[in-house]
Design a protein around this ligand. Structure first.
Ligand code: B3K
Ligand code: ZN
Length: 885
């Protein structure tokens, strides 16, 4: 790897900035082969800092044209410059620093800083991209008011946008023009944004609770104007929801969203000017699936909610990233739950947490929600920071209850408005407003790893008493060999033969009283605790972790009959679903055992019966039935097997396929009936009800196609006649996964011919092919790399083809000859010098090399090959370093 090892940055080394910024003036002169950035920084020594501390400005890959203080150009010996920093040892206590730099946005392939996406200029500054634009104290605790002037060619870039409010445009000589923007809200550089391009917009208005009218615009290329309605609706719903749920009002006269094609992640919450990956904003029923509609709604909301949780109150340093991300994910999850089906949203989130976050927490990249160190902050935009961080906020919500939680969030926003703060300040505001002591709870921020909860129950019929014993432990993670017991809220009910039983805890025991006497939230705080319920008239089945009240693994020795009872009668939808998954896991594990031992495969009849009952009952929520019929993913099965001696990908795949075929043939008639029952002539709408119905119907289609020719014919007819992308893509997927070669290739060719012009649809087409479990999938992926539909410079395409192949096609990625690993490493090698963020992210599946029986060494060999590249980015270095440690 590179000779000089990248520096590790530690949270404990935080120091306040030496200088504060009162105002930032920026001028951008944009040209076809470069841009000139002029800055005037109004600086003042920070009274809280060491009085001799030097002024430090971050800067990377910048050509310095001019540097002056208070109008006087600096001599070369008055400042020092290296690859990352410009240091001025003796700057006046108050001064204006003027800097001119030249940059080359056209050549910026990292998609960080100022760059070009197709024909437009745009920026991405979080976390540390601003330093690629000009010299600046690029840290989130340096906040200032920004005045931005943009000058560019009027014909090529008629729209010039930045944060805040604009002044009228001015025409300049040579066909150029200029627009000035003023953002009155002090902000760190990571929230700065600029866009210049030939853009068109859809406009609406929102009147805030305080009576102010806000202009809402979504800027897109002209061809995409008819794909903005859903994002606009979602924005208006989000603004209303945040007023009603959190009392948060929007604070500028304009809110702009811009869609760009080349973007490293989903979207970015820049103040008043959110920049979106076009895949997370553009929607139309004929090109977007239901999942796409839901994603757009959630991401629009997420970025909007950041206006308070992130922008008005921001992070002191990047170790506090979850302060804004965890809280904002919790907020957007609750918003989505309110807009659609609460239980289904929870199921989706828990599935992601279990498959991706638990895996991260069990692997070499494990880190606490508030990390202690990093090499490259871009690597820490993780499922732990986002999803586990959101679970931590959710647990505070559960422990305090909705009213005290709201008082806590009000206090947090009021106390820290305009500040850059830490996770500690969030917890303290919650404590101060509620009077609840969260001292022990804070361990959730500092300890990595997924806690393991083991539960056991004892029923004493004579005393009508049920005793539940809970024991917690947490596995060691890198740098954290020993863990302390945490506060774990365990929401539960007790299920009897005729429904949930009333709960009465023995007098001396705490257990959150709730309005519903069949529901309690127990607080486990010691390593082991027993909770005693009185007046229990029959032996109950405990319904534990209702709503997934804590991000832990749970072990309880349920009988198959217990799980069937929970599946059919438990009041909590999450527990019903979870019981179905546990049952499926048990059956899958039996099947794997039978396959490994070469013995006959026998599927537990109670499991098949339970699924049949779900399919046959027209009164059940179709969305829930679909979720309960979905078998755990192969990747998740591999994670579980990793802890038990290593995963055998082929056995896992065979077992899952075999179980699916058994279900398909056992219930062929029920699938066909259910499919017909859900046919509708209602016009398409992305409502929870319709989404649920389509989800079950397409689940039925998939099982029917798996069962044989008749089902494949049905899939073909749905493919030929579908009028929305959800149904069309589901049919294509069913054909691609289960159809004969000829039918599959014809459908794929037809799909491409129909949608060649719609990039986002073409990306779905790439994804379907990357995930096909056919023998030549890898060769197909290699061929697609050369197809005009692919472009390695575009992160969406890389994710669709390479991301899908390595994460959603386990049998082919883990091919015995190691070619899957080689393919991924080839791509990472090509990408690392261009776009290190994407390269580092693609590495994830290889970092799990220890989990795979018989494959680990081949995976590790590819990591070692990458480590031997002559130059390695800081991003990829950090991941390799941890994965190979
Ligand atoms: N805050 C951005 C993520 C920035 C990632 C930088 N590598 C999007 C979001 O979480 O809302
Ligand atoms: Zn966010």
């Amino acid at each position: 790897m590179r000779d000089a090892q990248p520096k590790v940055i530690y949270r404990k080394e935080y120091q306040v900035p030496a200088f504060l910024l009162e105002r930032t003036e920026l001028t951008f002169e944009l040209f076809e082969d470069h841009a000139v950035v002029t800055s005037q920084l109004h600086l003042r020594r920070n009274p809280e800092a060491d009085s001799g501390a030097a002024l430090e400005l971050n800067g990377q890959e910048l050509e310095l044209l001019e540097i002056a203080i208070d109008g006087r150009e600096l001599a070369p010996d008055e400042y020092h410059r290296d690859d990352e920093l410009l240091t001025i040892a003796r700057a006046p206590a108050q001064c204006v620093l003027r800097c001119r730099t030249r940059i080359h946005p056209q050549d910026n392939t990292s998609l960080e800083g100022l760059y070009k996406s197709r024909t437009m200029f745009c920026t991405q500054c979080e976390a540390e991209g601003f330093r690629k634009i000009t010299y600046f104290p690029d840290r989130p605790d340096v906040m200032s008011v920004f005045d931005v002037t943009i000058e560019a060619d009027q014909a090529l870039y008629p729209v010039l946008l930045s944060n805040g409010n604009p002044a009228p445009p001015e025409a300049l000589a040579n066909g150029r023009h200029r627009v000035r923007w003023h953002d009155p809200h002090p902000k760190p550089a990571y929230l700065f944004a600029l866009v210049a391009g030939d853009l068109h917009y859809v406009e609406d208005r929102f009147r805030t609770c305080g009576g102010r009218d806000v202009t809402l615009r979504i800027y897109v290329e002209e061809k995409d104007l008819d794909k903005c309605a859903h994002a606009m609706d979602s924005l208006i719903q989000s603004m209303r929801w945040d007023e009603e749920t959190y009392g948060r009002e929007y604070d500028l006269d304009i809110f702009n969203i811009v869609a760009v094609d080349d973007f490293n992640m989903g979207a970015m919450e820049n103040k008043g000017l959110n920049i979106f990956n076009s895949s997370c904003v553009l929607c139309r029923p004929d090109i977007t699936t239901d999942a796409g509609f839901e994603r757009v709604q959630a991401i629009v909301a997420h970025e909007y909610f950041h206006n308070w949780s992130g922008n008005r109150v921001t992070c002191r340093d990047w170790f506090q990233l979850s302060l804004k991300e965890g809280f904002t994910v919790f907020r957007d999850a609750e918003f989505s739950a309110d807009m659609g089906s609460r239980t289904v949203k929870r199921i989706e989130d828990v599935s992601l947490l279990r498959t991706a976050q638990f895996a991260e927490d069990a692997g070499p990249m494990a880190h606490p929600v508030r990390p202690d160190s990093f090499i490259e902050i871009s690597n820490f935009y993780t499922v732990t920071i986002y999803e586990k961080g959101a679970e931590v906020v959710r647990m505070i919500h559960t422990l305090l209850g909705p009213d005290l939680f709201r008082q806590g969030s009000d206090l947090y926003f009021e106390r820290h408005d305009g500040q850059a703060v830490t996770c500690e300040e969030f917890v303290r505001a919650m404590e101060d407003a509620s009077g609840v002591d969260l001292s022990q709870f804070r361990l959730w921020y500092s300890q990595a790893g997924t806690p393991r909860l083991v539960a056991s129950g004892h029923y004493d019929a004579g005393a009508a008493r049920y005793t539940l014993t809970l024991r917690q432990s947490c596995p060691a993670t890198p740098g954290q060999p020993h863990k302390e017991p945490m506060t774990i809220p365990v929401a539960l009910g007790l299920l009897g033969t005729a429904g949930n039983l009333p709960l009465r805890l023995a007098d001396d025991q705490p257990g959150g009283e709730t309005a519903d006497n069949t529901h309690r939230v127990l607080e486990l705080s010691r390593e082991e605790q027993s909770f005693c319920f009185e007046g229990v008239m029959e032996a109950p089945v405990p319904a534990l972790l209702r709503g997934f009240s804590a991000p832990v693994t749970l072990e309880y020795d349920y009988s198959t009959a217990d799980l069937c009872a929970l599946m059919s009668r438990e009041a909590d939808g999450f527990v019903r679903w979870d019981a179905s998954q546990q049952l499926a896991l048990r059956v899958l594990s039996d099947t794997q055992g039978q396959l490994a031992a070469d013995s006959a495969v026998v599927v537990e009849p109670q499991f098949l019966e339970a699924l049949g009952a779900l399919l046959a009952d027209p009164d059940l929520d179709p969305a829930m039935v679909a979720e309960m019929l979905r078998l755990p993913a192969e990747g998740y099965l591999a994670e579980l097997a990793a802890g038990q001696g290593g995963a055998d990908v082929d056995i896992i795949h065979q077992a899952r396929q075999m179980l699916r075929s058994t279900i398909a043939s056992a219930h062929a008639d029920l699938f066909a009936d259910c499919y017909q029952r859900l046919v509708t002539s209602a016009p398409f709408a992305p409502t929870a009800e319709q989404i649920g119905a389509r989800s079950l119907r397409n689940m039925c289609l998939d099982y029917l196609a798996l069962d044989g020719a008749e089902g494949l014919q049905l899939a073909q007819s749905q493919f030929d006649t579908a009028t929305n992308m959800t149904d069309r893509l589901a049919a294509l997927q069913a054909i691609a996964q289960h159809g004969p070669d000829q039918q599959r290739d014809a459908a794929l060719a037809r799909f491409y011919a129909d949608w060649e012009q719609e990039t986002l649809v073409v990306n779905q087409w790439l994804q379907v092919q990357a995930a096909m479990p056919v023998a030549d999938a890898l060769e197909r992926v290699r061929a697609l790399l050369a197809h005009p539909a692919f472009d390695i410079r575009n992160p969406n395409k890389v994710r669709s083809l390479i991301g899908a192949f390595s994460n959603a096609n386990p049998v082919n990625f883990h091919r015995a000859d190691g070619e899957g690993y080689r393919l991924l490493a080839d791509i990472i090698e090509q990408l690392d010098s261009r776009n290190p963020q994407i390269a580092a992210r693609l590495l994830t599946p290889l970092t799990k090399w220890r989990n795979y029986r018989g494959r680990g060494e081949q995976m590790r060999a590819q990591l070692q090959r990458l480590a031997a590249m002559p130059t390695v980015s800081r991003d990829v270095y950090e991941v390799l370093d941890k994965a190979l440690a």
